[in-house]
Ligand binder design. Structure first.
Ligand code: BGC
Length: 341
């Protein structure tokens, strides 16, 4: 009897071995899927729409190359911080391996950070930079963005180079002064203040004789900028020579107003972002220049950090970060000279 039991057990061993092997494989299979929760502050922001497309592209490419399934859950925070906080809560309850967050209110990141830390889920913030104090709370917090001062210095340099080559390119009436209007992004966005400051500073440093007629906040938005520009064109019909815009969408809004009012002065405009529509406007000669933020590497880095964290790989092996947490994308000017045709 004992011998029979023993024989029975021995017979079962290969089966047990096989089953436990299957278990490992099943676990391996389970691991071959990562889930990333992404929340953007506003769905129809043109810059973020381009960035989202790059992110989706990168996730598909990684899926194809690695065989790991990537579940990319991208949601719209509808410009509400409390909506975004609930989205984060939902992502965590769904078992997301990492979060990629474009803050609605960049000064309100602590709530999200606390939830993420409690659940041990890392966060890659992007484009809207949390304050340093928040970023220092945990070593699994990252930020991906573009250096605002660099964007502005490039923007200012595009203008100063054009002025140096031919004063009349900006000083349309030849009175020795370039009269400009300024379109600014959201007041609490780090990019608005820094871009404004350094664009103007660069022009001053390069001795371009500028004088501000007026300026206003259009919140990165094409139609708000268009409405402002319309008012300014009515107020200063013969004076505006240059429009300096914190981003491309607002510059395109100003072009809309110029076209709507059938203004025939060759007012010059510059933006930042190099969105597809803006690059097209540069090609057509409607926009003097913009600044490319290399959205491909921007998106790749967001994905790569999140993926490494999700798969337990050291981020530093794949991405070079400043202070172990910051990545700033490379930037370059885009002007008519950038096109060969
Ligand atoms: C971009 C804007 C965008 C904003 C959104 C800025 O860095 O230049 O186009 O609307 O980020 O946060």
């Amino acid at each position: 009897m004992k011998r029979n039991i023993l024989r029975g057990c021995l017979c079962l061993l290969p089966a047990l071995f096989f089953l436990s092997g299957c278990g490992n494989e099943a676990r391996e299979e389970e691991k071959k899927s990562i889930r990333l929760g992404v929340s953007v502050y506003r769905w129809d922001d043109a810059f973020l729409t381009t960035l989202r497309a790059e992110l989706e592209e990168k996730a598909k490419e990684y899926e194809r190359e690695s065989g790991t399934k990537v579940v990319l859950d991208i949601v719209d925070a509808k410009e509400s911080q409390s909506v975004q906080n609930s989205q984060v809560e939902r992502f965590i309850s769904l078992g997301c391996d990492a979060l990629c967050i474009n803050m609605v209110d960049r000064s309100a990141a602590s709530d999200i950070i606390v939830r993420a830390m409690d659940a041990d889920v890392p966060v890659v913030f992007f484009n809207r930079e949390p304050v340093e104090e928040d970023m220092d709370r945990w070593d699994r917090l990252y930020y991906v963005g573009a250096d605002a001062k660099e964007s502005a210095v490039i923007q200012g340099t595009i203008l100063a180079d054009a002025y140096d080559a031919d004063h009349s390119s900006l000083d349309l009436d030849g009175d020795g002064v370039v009269n400009y209007v300024l379109l600014e992004g959201e007041s609490n966005h780090q990019d608005s203040l820094i871009r404004t400051e350094w664009s103007i500073q660069t022009l001053k440093d390069r001795n371009v004789p500028i004088e501000k007629l007026t300026g206003g906040i259009a919140n990165w938005d094409r139609s708000q900028a268009s409405a402002l520009m319309e008012q300014w064109l009515e107020k200063y019909p013969d004076e505006i020579e240059l429009v300096i815009s914190n981003n491309d969408e607002m510059a395109l809004g100003a072009i809309d107003a110029i076209e709507r009012l059938e203004t025939d002065r060759p007012i010059k405009l510059v933006g930042i972002d190099a969105t597809p529509a803006a690059v097209e406007a540069v090609r057509e000669g409607k926009l003097m220049g913009t600044v490319n933020q290399d959205l491909e590497s921007y998106a790749n880095t967001i994905f790569e950090i999140a993926r490494c964290e999700a798969e337990g790989e050291p981020v530093g092996n794949y991405v070079q970060l400043e202070e172990g947490k910051y990545y700033r994308s490379a930037q370059a000017p885009v002007t008519r000279d950038s096109f060969s045709d």
